[in-house]
Design a protein around this ligand. Structure first.
Ligand code: OGA
Ligand code: NI
Length: 350
């Protein structure tokens, strides 16, 4: 573990007081963002309109999803059914949370990734060798009544606004899982059934302005451990996706979400849909806020390639089956790395 050069727990509490970042945040030259090499094109990530998902055009939308999932692993959605006001309130209250005094934010501080509500910094502060320019609040949010008592009470509207947002996001995720299931040629409820009572977590990522964004990351390149991730972000760019051997920056569009395939979906789809590398970079000028909602299987759910895909395609299972909790423990026992966590779950070929 790297120790911070400052006595502050959170990067937002010293970021504006320095002109050079502490050495604990500086990446080796071979592992820097190389921002001048990044392709900037918001158009390269497909934008899918879900307005007619339950109308006569469903098959066409499912087809667009199939294409986006198999070629990008990332797409944006509009007319997704989450009200604009729900989104605006969520962004506002999240920003208010991070603008509170240090004493209020650090009340929730913990370095223990198993805690179901916590504020922390970097990715996994107990394992990161180089730190990341990010603070975050992470919560569990399904079933809401099991966790809401742990959530922050300041700002005063935090619980109410977050509960409304999380409920709306859960409904959206269920619609997406059905459509993605169909896009793989599976029954609508196939993926949902595999997952058991799926868990839902949220992160509120806060990236303060950084005096030397070329030397560090908000989050380094990684693949999500999820089934799918549905990301809300403010209007400040920072997310980049690895596509055709290049980093591509994703331009924020108001009231759209970015959806990406996570490792569990890669396994279920038997590699038809890939969990794609992505990262968050920081900038000198503006703070950035992003709010990913993570869909996970139940801990005891057994994840494996869908049988139908293996027999239909006459292809071998790429992965063995495993209880989700086995993957989860492996994921949190390490720092965020570009190496896929899935290598340990490959089917043996001998
Ligand atoms: C994540 C993530 C990207 C972003 O939290 O897993 O990839 O833009 N975030 O903050
Ligand atoms: Ni991610």
């Amino acid at each position: 573990m790297a120790t911070s050069a400052t006595s502050k727990l959170l990067v937002s509490d010293f970021a504006s007081t320095i002109s050079h970042i502490p050495s604990s945040y500086v990446r080796p030259i071979s592992d820097r963002p190389n921002l001048s090499d990044v392709a900037s094109s918001g158009d390269s990530i497909p934008l899918i309109d879900l307005r007619d998902l339950y109308g006569p055009n469903r098959a066409a939308i499912v087809h667009q999803l199939a294409k986006a999932c198999s070629t990008y692993g990332f797409f944006q959605i509009k007319n997704h059914g989450v009200p604009d006001t729900t989104i605006e309130k969520m962004i506002t209250v999240a920003r208010e949370f991070f603008h509170q005094p240090e004493s209020e934010r650090v009340k929730h501080y913990s370095a223990d990734p198993t805690k179901t509500t916590r504020v922390s910094t970097s990715f996994n502060i107990s394992a990161d060798k180089i730190l990341n320019w990010r603070d975050f609040l992470r919560i569990h949010c399904f079933p809401i009544e099991d966790f809401i008592q742990e959530w922050p009470t300041s700002p005063v509207s935090f619980r109410e606004v977050t509960a409304e947002y999380a409920t709306s996001l859960r409904a959206l995720i269920l619609r997406l899982l059905e459509a993605i299931s169909e896009s793989l040629g599976l029954e609508r409820d196939h993926i949902s059934n595999i997952l058991g009572q799926h868990a839902q977590h949220m992160a509120f990522n806060y990236y303060p302005p950084c005096p030397e964004p070329e030397l560090t990351y908000g989050l380094p390149g990684h693949k999500d451990p999820t089934v799918i991730t549905v990301l809300l972000q403010d209007q400040v760019s920072g997310l980049q996706v690895f596509k055709d051997d290049k980093w591509v920056s994703v331009k924020p569009i108001p009231n759209t979400f970015i959806v990406n395939i996570g490792d569990q979906m890669q396994v279920i789809s038997n590699d038809k849909y890939k969990s794609v590398l992505h990262r968050a970079i920081v900038n000198t000028e503006k703070e950035r806020l992003s709010i990913p909602t993570f869909c996970f299987p139940a801990a005891e759910a057994v994840i494996s390639p869908a049988h139908e895909l293996i027999s239909k395609q006459d292809s071998l299972a790429v992965y063995r089956s495993f209880p989700f909790v086995e993957y989860w423990d492996k994921f949190w026992n390490r720092s965020l790395a570009t190496a896929s966590c899935l290598d340990a779950f490959k089917a043996s070929t001998t």
